[in-house]
Design a binder for this molecule. Structure first.
Ligand code: ADP
Length: 272
């Protein structure tokens, strides 16, 4: 049973990949260029294999802080938004150059949740996604911090691009959502608190027992922890997409997931 679910990932055609700040940055908050480059290489390779890829990427505040050599996040919301605006520009500049070395064009899509809740806006967003996919471009999605403070707030509480990536997965009817994190997958308890925790390979149903395993984020740079990742899994699997949480320390893991290897945690899609 388990093996079949894993092997079915080989057939995934439209894939959404989400990377969090903890994957894109070093512990000191500076950009991790090696990972970003590996990510650009692997995703460009998938495009060459005629897959359709959408990247959901956080990290703009971290990049903005780096631009001004700030060690601490500023307290004022407007200042955080300003750093996000500076950082988003720089982040896209870095992605654009890295992807260009693999001959891959990327596009920026900044969204807010109301954009996807409103029928007309949703249609417009979907049109853009479809046309970019037709053009062979990789859309790079982030929350639009200029008009929405949901994600910035979540850096202090929780919530995150985790759920945004699941909403995008549902919107574009992707086959698979891959969430890259700073941990190997979903464990039966928080491994940062309990050394005996065991990695769960496959989750068929997100019930109370599974929810009780999820703890909050372990690092300052991380955001939603496993709580928002389970929310994302609920949205994605109900929309008929499989979801995998895996360690983003080497993005080559994306190829292993698509090869059907037993890495990370697979949340099995519901039949729709
Ligand atoms: P990211 O930025 O990669 O999304 P987060 O910090 O938001 O990372 O989430 C990953 C963290 O969630 C892990 O490093 C771990 O400390 C924490 N966590 C809590 N409960 C669990 C669990 N059951 N399994 C795995 N990780 C868990």
């Amino acid at each position: 049973m388990e093996i079949n679910h894993r092997l079915s990932l080989k057939d995934a055609k439209r894939i959404v990949v989400k990377v969090g700040s903890s994957t894109l940055t070093h512990e000191n908050g500076r950009m991790n260029f090696t990972r970003m480059d590996r990510l650009a290489m692997v995703l460009s390779e998938l495009m060459n294999e005629e897959k359709e890829v959408i990247l959901v990427s956080s990290g703009c505040i971290a990049v903005g802080m780096g631009k001004f050599s700030l060690k601490k996040r500023p307290a004022a919301m407007g200042m955080k938004q300003a750093l996000a605006a500076v950082g988003q520009c720089e982040l896209m500049n870095i992605y654009s150059r890295l992807f260009a070395t693999y001959n891959q064009t990327v596009a920026q899509m900044l969204l807010t949740k109301p954009d996807i809740n409103d029928e007309i806006r949703k249609k417009n967003v979907l049109n853009t996604f479809r046309s970019l996919i037709d053009l062979g471009v990789i859309p790079i999605v982030n929350e639009n911090d200029t008009v929405s403070v949901d994600e910035i707030k979540s850096l202090m509480m929780y919530g995150d691009n985790d759920t945004l990536s699941a909403v995008v997965t549902r919107l574009v009817e992707a086959d698979l959502l891959i969430i890259l994190s700073d941990i190997d997958g979903f464990y039966d308890s928080n491994p940062k608190e309990n050394k005996e925790s065991k990695l769960i390979s496959v989750v068929d149903t997100i019930n109370d027992e599974i929810r009780n395993c999820a703890g909050a984020a372990g690092t300052m740079r991380g955001t939603g922890g496993m709580v928002t990742k389970l929310d994302a899994a609920q949205i994605a699997t109900q929309a008929g997409a499989n979801m995998v949480i895996a360690n983003g320390s080497d993005p080559i893991i994306i190829q292993k997931i698509l090869n059907g290897d037993d890495v990370g945690t697979l949340f099995v899609k519901k039949q729709v």
